[in-house]
Design a protein around this ligand. Structure first.
Ligand SMILES: [Zn+2]
Length: 355
């Protein structure tokens, strides 16, 4: 069953089908969508939203941190008669590099403030995130804890040099929590905390124009990766399903996501995504029944993915395993499986006897 959503970003969707970048679009008198490419990534681009405030622009998200992305953002701003110097602030939906990557460079060029949710800010600010050698070692250890061999873990995490760009991501000057109004003069942009994809993911509702800027929380075609991560809350899928329930009935007309295209039909899309996770949970439960005593690393290979499992390498394999672990954890929370103590955890179907 697929979601009955209505595509409103028809030019974005057409561009997707033609495998080209969508255009910069003016969505309202003082609102633009600027696609910023993500080089060599199947997501292709982040839509940066630019709000005119009468005294400069405020952006939602910044784009991937590369030279090509930077030039695209500059060209996009130029096409709406602005430059980086006009940016007053950057609201970040979450800590991922395709959203935060250019934020520091924008701040350098303009003195703009950067705002994000405290839960994501504290991940980026951790010493063991900002010191690449340490981060890479701990990430590998974390994957070993899910059942990867040392070699698999090291290969999947990559090198400290590759981690440097994450270690250098901009930290926020301002923190925004659930229910707060963002500092965007002329707009009524309220932050909605939607943990799951990351612990501090934020959506923004513009209460005047009834738009939901959904970041990666709700996307029209794909579902965001929901994964256990090192040093973040243990049940991201439970958090995500709660966040979906909280956003389902928001009083909005249109959803403006960070990837893919704009659409109408928030409740339908939320229901479809929640149903997808229920199917995944059922599939994983069946896999655990077939192979009791398996680790998340092993179970991931038992599930169906969009391409054959042996084609999953590096970051893709990490996402698949950590997402499997998130589902296994949720099954355990529901009392459907038991987990052995120790590392790596191994799962068995059934509940613990209770007295
Ligand atoms: Zn993203």
């Amino acid at each position: 069953m697929t979601a009955e959503v209505t595509v409103t970003g028809t030019r974005q969707r057409e561009a997707w089908l033609q495998r080209v970048m969508p255009p910069v679009e003016q969505l309202d008198q003082e609102l633009w969508s600027i696609p910023v490419p993500i080089p060599q990534n199947p997501l292709r681009y982040v839509s940066v939203y630019a709000f005119g405030t009468g005294a400069g622009l405020v952006l939602i998200d910044a784009g991937w941190g590369s030279e090509q992305s930077w030039r695209s953002l500059l060209a996009g701003l130029e096409s709406i008669g602005a430059g980086t110097g006009d940016v007053r602030g950057v609201l970040l939906t979450h800590l991922h590099y395709d959203h935060v990557g250019l934020a520091g460079r924008i701040r350098q060029a303009s003195g703009a403030w950067i705002a994000m949710h405290p839960a994501d800010h504290s991940v980026l600010a951790r010493t063991d995130y900002r010191r690449a050698e340490l981060a890479v070692a701990l990430e590998a250890e974390f994957l070993s804890g899910l059942g990867a061999s040392a070699a698999e873990a090291a290969a999947a995490v990559g090198t400290a040099a590759e981690w440097e760009k994450y270690a250098a991501m901009a930290l926020a000057d301002r923190l925004l929590t659930d229910g707060e109004l963002a500092d965007v003069p002329g707009w009524k942009l309220r932050a909605v905390h939607t943990p799951g994809h990351t612990p501090g993911h934020l959506c923004f509702v513009d209460e005047r124009s009834r738009r939901l800027f959904s970041g990666d929380h709700v996307l029209p075609r794909i579902t965001p990766n929901i994964s256990v991560q090192r040093a973040t809350p243990p049940d991201p899928l439970g958090d995500y399903l709660d966040s979906l329930a909280r956003t389902r009935d928001l009083d909005v007309d249109e959803v403006l996501p960070a990837h893919e295209w704009r659409f109408r039909g928030l409740a339908e899309r939320v229901d479809a995504i929640a149903a997808h996770h229920e199917r995944r949970l059922a599939e994983l439960l069946a896999a655990i029944r077939r192979r009791p005593g398996a680790t998340p690393w092993q179970l991931a290979g038992d599930l169906t993915w969009s391409r054959p499992w042996d084609q999953y390498s590096g970051q893709m394999r990490i996402f698949a395993v950590t997402e499997t672990a998130a589902h296994a954890h949720q099954l355990e929370r529901r009392g459907l499986v038991t987990v052995s103590p120790g590392r790596p955890p191994v799962y068995a179907a059934g509940s613990l006897p209770r007295d």
